[in-house]
Design a binder for this molecule. Structure first.
Ligand SMILES: [Fe+2]
Ligand SMILES: [Fe+2]
Length: 171
């Protein structure tokens, strides 16, 4: 740190933890992009679906958009706190092939399965962050545990929707 201000001697902000900190920042950047892409996908999938059965999904995804946006903001804030820089949009690479608009906008099962895939990907990556930060960065770990709970809730809700379609032989 410049200006003669001493750095913390312990914890993730200390000089001796630089390597661990940079590894965590990279994981947080990936999480940030996952949330941003999820916001894009959920906006599209909360508007595109047609039909009576689509309404529950539309309402659910509309609510989730704000939550996922909040997650992205939390990841961005934590990147900065760890002396990182939140990346610019040119660094973004889309990955959610499974959440592209279906051929028919009444294909709700496609959307439900896409959401489950997105939430599962987030759950896997966030578990990896929780493991990587264990004993190293409890603040990031604590934040990600709370976010993980949201994603598990989202996943569970959409699993329930899928079960209903499966029970009726529609999925
Ligand atoms: Fe999220
Ligand atoms: Fe989610």
């Amino acid at each position: 740190m410049a200006g003669g201000v001493r750095n913390s001697t312990t914890g993730i902000l200390s000089d001796e933890k630089t390597e661990e900190r940079e590894q965590i920042i990279e994981m947080l950047k990936k999480a940030y992009w996952m949330e941003i892409e999820t916001v894009m996908s959920y906006i599209a999938n909360s508007v595109n679906p047609d039909g009576v059965r689509a309404q529950e999904i539309i309402e659910s995804l509309t609510e989730d958009i704000q939550e996922e946006l909040g997650h992205a903001q939390q990841y961005a804030a934590r990147i900065k706190e760890l002396y990182g820089v939140v990346p610019g949009s040119l660094d973004f690479t889309a990955e959610q092939s499974y959440l592209q608009p279906p051929e028919h906008q009444t294909d709700i099962v496609h959307v439900i399965k896409g959401v489950i895939e997105a939430e599962t990907g987030a759950i896997e990556h966030y578990n990896a962050i929780i493991e990587a930060t264990d004993g190293v960065d409890f603040v990031t770990q604590d934040m990600v545990i709370a976010i993980l709970r949201d994603e598990e809730g989202h996943r569970r809700l959409f699993e329930g929707y899928l079960r209903e379609y499966e029970a009726e032989g529609l999925a």
